[in-house]
Ligand binder design. Structure first.
Ligand code: UD1
Length: 420
């Protein structure tokens, strides 16, 4: 298993280019299953999760044409198997996103239950409830969700009692081909949901209200092909900004989208960063100063994202002052903190709240990545530690960060990958 070795202490400085958003690319690739003609998806990031989704489509018999810039043309009309098997779903929970499109377009779907994951139980009951409200006949047996419909799915009012991103996306996709109107209430407002809606509209769907908590979909008979470019990754953007802020450096982040970054940029400013933004770039400068501790409470968009909590805990670990971090989305998302404590961080955890007392520097130690964003936070911790930090199990990081060591090296970090 590969490891990362980071020699801490460098102040990061330079430019970094952001890739397409993983969490937007995944539902958009699933949405290609709804079209009667090929759909071309551009600006896909080079990531393991994307490869898994493409492999899933390929296993179903879907024809894919991939060009060297990783634009993918997907022709779903060649589909042969309406099944997402366990061995792929277990490596990526987002495989559940093929359920709604397969059922809506082809009349049936069999998708393995995703099972547990490192950051909490993460059920899919709301996805199932929503599809049932639209008339689907769904049973869960043998570890599989088996869904069928009689005639077209029916438009319905779908109310989510918890805001769910992929749940909203599954129902949104299914509703595009349903008969009549679907109203999704307490819908997720995440920019990735909006990006998916825009792609579906480009395929001929009738959708309004995306980006708000009420999405209205008027079902159409069929969807056509389109070419769509995935939005920039706001979490990758935030990760580089936070890494640079923790090292007291400066950076220009290119090919990104500042308008969907409000909560994170505001917190970075509170930490003492000077931030200037343009249409598709963000500049951050700490002017050599140590960051100030900032309190964080995670919540659905537009509030502070849970996917940035771990990275901010690493920055807070070396900030001036005491901060309180509250995780309200997932029940077990502080595992990175145990590793940071081994690196000398002063953190007390009580349930879903952590109190972080900033120290001047962390000390390098061998640490283990437990999930995707936890890995990113340990990289940041390594960058602000004295000595060589060795991070094990970095396959997690390759699921969500394209060329992380190359991008950090360009900013002056001393980081290398070694085969384990
Ligand atoms: C998505 C993101 C993930 C991010 C998360 C929260 C993708 C591929 N992944 O995950 O990076 O961390 O949003 O912003 O886009 N829940 C239920 N029942 C359900 C579905 C969800 O109880 O049927 C609960 C979950 O356990 C969790 C909360 O709802 O506590 C939010 O989860 P959800 O938004 O669904 O997360 P994902 O869509 O899996």
């Amino acid at each position: 298993m590969d490891k990362l070795i980071i020699t801490g202490g460098e102040q990061l400085s330079g430019e970094v280019r952001i890739s397409g958003a993983k969490n937007s690319a995944l539902p958009i690739l699933a949405a290609t299953l709804l079209a009667d003609k090929p759909v071309t998806v551009c600006n896909l990031p080079h990531l393991h999760d994307i490869t898994t989704m493409l492999e899933l489509l390929r296993r179903m018999g879907v024809e894919l044409v991939i060009d060297e810039k990783l634009s993918v043309e997907v022709d779903a009309t060649t589909i042969k198997q309406l099944c997402a098997p366990y061995e792929l779903v277990k490596t990526m929970r987002a495989s559940i996103l093929v359920l709604g499109p397969m059922l809506a377009h082809f009349g049936e779907a069999e998708v393995s239950l995703p099972g547990g994951c490192a950051i909490g139980s993460r059920p899919v009951d709301l996805h199932i409830q929503g599809l049932r409200a639209m008339g689907a006949d769904i049973s869960v047996e043998g570890g599989y969700i088996r869904a069928r419909r009689n005639g077209r799915l029916k438009g319905a009012r779908v109310f989510f009692d918890t805001v769910t991103v992929t749940g909203t996306e599954n129902i949104l996709m299914a509703a595009t081909l349903a008969e009549g109107q679907t109203i999704i209430e307490n819908a997720a407002r995440e920019p990735e949901v909006t990006d998916l809606a825009k792609c579906l509209i480009a395929m001929g769907a009738d959708i309004s209200g995306h980006g708000t908590d009420t999405i209205v979909v008027n079902g159409v008979e069929s969807l056509h092909g389109c070419t769509y470019s995935v939005v920039a990754d706001r979490i990758e953007t935030g990760t580089y900004l936070t890494a640079v802020a923790a090292t007291r450096g400066n950076v220009r982040v290119k090919n990104t989208s500042p308008l969907i970054m409000d909560a994170v940029l505001q917190k970075l400013e509170e930490a003492g960063a000077h931030i200037v933004t343009g249409e598709d770039w963000i500049e951050l400068d700490m002017k050599g100063n140590r960051p100030k501790a900032v309190n964080i409470t995670t919540a659905p968009y537009p509030a502070f994202p849970t996917d940035m909590q771990a990275q901010f805990s690493a920055m807070n670990a070396v900030s001036e002052g005491v901060s309180i971090l509250k995780e309200t989305i997932f029940e077990n998302r502080f595992m990175h903190m145990q590793e940071m404590i081994r690196m000398g961080a002063k953190i007390t955890i009580d349930g879903n709240t952590a109190v972080v007392e900033g120290v001047e520097r962390l000390q390098a130690a061998p640490v283990m990545a437990t999930d995707l964003r936890a890995s990113a936070s340990l990289v940041i911790a390594g960058l602000v530690a004295t000595g060589d930090t060795i991070i094990d199990r970095i396959y997690h990081i390759d699921r969500g960060y394209e060329c992380i060591e190359e991008k950090l090296q360009l900013l002056g970090a001393r980081i290398k990958r070694v085969p384990g």
